[in-house]
Unconditional design. Structure first.
Length: 275
């Protein structure tokens, strides 16, 4: 069928959906998406494998997903295979190892660690305002973002900026994907991160050939409008933002699953079990 999506298109769509914290529970609860991501880990196209790992890393950010992900048939073995395969690129091995360690440690963390991580994660999943219709996405490469303490510093800095809608970390590649109001300058994010004194941000952009470039920000500080009455966090199951795009707005509609985008992905996966 000419209009049928290919493997890379499907896994990229799942990755983009998983980047939004509000979608993560629904993706893991869907009967086809998690098994499909596991199948993608054995795909011959390294781009498909890497996108699948990024999606799994996003999904593992939600602690409630981890036990189900860990127990999913083939999950841990497939992650091990990616790490052990001699042809796997180093960055992909690093990401697979990170996902494996998160899932492996999910049942052994003590209660204090769980509470601390949940608090931090909820804090990172906040949304401001009732609409993100006039929002834009900024991808930052953050030098120095290499452990959980630095991540916490970065979270605290971003949470203070008025106009930040949400953010998600990609620790394996030292990146942060930030959704902000259209009138907020990316330089404000860089200034806030620089204020930590231990991290520095560059903006990730793509040139006309689709290649990623790192663009440094000017060293001149930018005045940042701060939040004064920010709540601690919003529960994961609340969805204050109504202006989702069509793909995202269908994620949580379990009763309409037969016509959802997930159904398209599942049908594709079942027809493409062997590549």
């Amino acid at each position: 069928m000419s209009g049928e999506p290919d493997a890379l298109a499907v896994v990229n769509q799942l990755r983009d959906l998983a980047a939004d914290p509000l979608n993560r529970r629904a993706i893991v609860q869907d009967q086809g998406c998690l098994p499909g991501l596991i199948l993608f880990l054995d795909h011959p196209n390294p781009q498909v494998v890497y996108s699948a790992l990024l999606a799994l890393r996003y999904l593992a950010e939600c602690r409630a997903n981890r036990e189900k992900m860990k127990s999913e048939l083939g999950m841990m073995l497939s992650l091990q295979n990616v790490v052990q395969k001699s042809t796997t690129p180093g960055e992909t091995k690093h990401l697979a190892s990170e996902v494996y360690d998160i899932l492996q440690s999910s049942s052994t963390m003590d209660a204090d660690s769980v509470n601390e991580m949940n608090s931090r994660r909820r804090k990172a999943q906040f949304f401001l305002g009732t609409t993100n219709k006039r929002a834009k996405t900024v991808v930052l490469h953050i030098d120095g973002l290499d452990d959980t303490s630095r991540r916490s510093l970065c979270e605290d800095a971003l949470l203070k900026i008025k106009g930040v809608i949400s953010f998600t970390f990609q620790m394996a590649v030292q990146r942060c994907v930030v959704r902000i109001r259209s009138d907020l300058k990316a330089e404000a994010l860089a200034s806030a991160i620089a204020s930590t004194k231990v991290m520095k941000a560059q903006q990730v952009v793509k040139n006309d050939n689709g290649e990623e470039l790192l663009v440094p920000f000017q060293d001149t500080p930018v005045e940042v409008e701060l939040n004064t009455d920010l709540p601690d966090y919003l529960p994961e199951d609340e969805s204050p933002s109504k202006e989702q795009d069509k793909a995202m707005s269908r994620v949580g509609s379990h009763q309409e699953r037969g016509t959802s985008w997930f159904s398209t992905a599942t049908n594709f996966l079942s027809r493409s079990f062997y590549w």
